[in-house]
Ligand binder design. Structure first.
Ligand SMILES: [Fe+2]
Length: 288
């Protein structure tokens, strides 16, 4: 299997979420996630910080409008587009303002719009706490179908799988480059986004983020802890719309290793303490 997405050096560049109150959500990402905020003419808000960008458009809370994934260069974009076409995936126009000529979009099996392209040069100069936007994690009724699309058809690398006792997938982690995962999927009783994550890099920077959150009276909803798959340290907060935000550090760098399978168990989700299991250990049909 050719890992076309990995060869193209795909990374998560930005997200666009819908919101019933875009102004409130934009204020949150400006203040709490340490970004500059710009109101556009058509009701859209752009939040930009050091290596992180969030677009907010009017609509339904917690609904992803699209994700923007950048490739290393234009050749990578073209190779990925050719691969998608050869797999029978319909090529759509990319609505992303941050991706340049030649960009395109696809819909994954759950209907999420994923844009691929070469990133335009950033004009943002904000100095802030380190934390590039790094991964997007979905909630889905069918994790096997997620794996077949992103790994099987687009050529993302398969890093780790979390398996129920019957062998079905509880979680799947896929990568578009050396980062352990930049798209992942949890089995759930709903379809949507589970969370998105910013990679602080070092543990001490998570401290800085937590102090910054405290200054804005934002409390942690999970963590600190350490995930099994990816071995990353983590904290979670929630934005005013209910979107889960992770700040991570020490995410595993994958050069070349076999896929690792993990049991669906508390210690897989969090080596240090309390886990938030999206599906119970013994029952793959319901959500905890
Ligand atoms: Fe995560």
């Amino acid at each position: 299997m050719t890992l076309t997405a990995v060869q193209a050096g795909v990374y998560l560049h930005h997200l666009c979420f819908e919101s019933s109150d875009p102004a409130r959500l934009a204020r949150f990402y400006g203040d709490v996630m340490n970004m500059d905020v710009t109101k556009m003419a058509d009701g859209e808000w752009r939040c930009e910080g050091p290596a992180r960008r969030m677009i907010i458009v009017p609509g339904n809370d917690k609904k992803l409008a699209f994700a923007g994934m950048a490739c290393r260069d234009k050749d990578g974009v073209q190779d990925l587009k050719s691969r998608a076409q050869s797999e029978g995936i319909k090529i759509l126009e990319s609505p992303s303002p941050y991706l340049g000529a030649g960009s395109f979009a696809v819909r994954d099996p759950d209907g999420h719009l994923i844009c691929f392209g070469a990133a335009k040069a950033s004009e943002n100069t904000k100095k802030g706490i380190s934390g590039p936007v790094q991964h997007l994690t979905f909630a889905s009724l069918d994790v096997e179908r997620f794996a077949e699309f992103y790994h099987g058809k687009l050529g993302f690398g398969l890093s780790d799988r979390v398996l129920h006792s019957d062998g079905s997938m509880a979680t799947c982690f896929t990568r578009g480059n050396h980062e352990h995962h930049n798209i992942a999927c949890f089995k759930s009783d709903r379809v949507g986004v589970d969370h998105h994550s910013y990679e602080a890099g070092e543990w001490i920077t998570i401290r800085d983020w937590c102090d910054h959150f405290a200054a804005h009276n934002v409390q942690l909803m999970w963590g600190p802890g350490r995930h099994g798959p990816g071995n990353n340290l983590f904290i979670f907060i929630v934005d005013p719309d209910g979107n889960w935000i992770e700040v991570s550090a020490e995410l595993e760098v994958v050069h070349d290793r076999p896929v690792k399978d993990w049991p669906q168990a508390e210690r897989t989700l969090n080596k240090w303490g309390k886990a938030i299991l999206r599906t119970p250990v013994s029952d793959k049909g319901a959500t905890a």
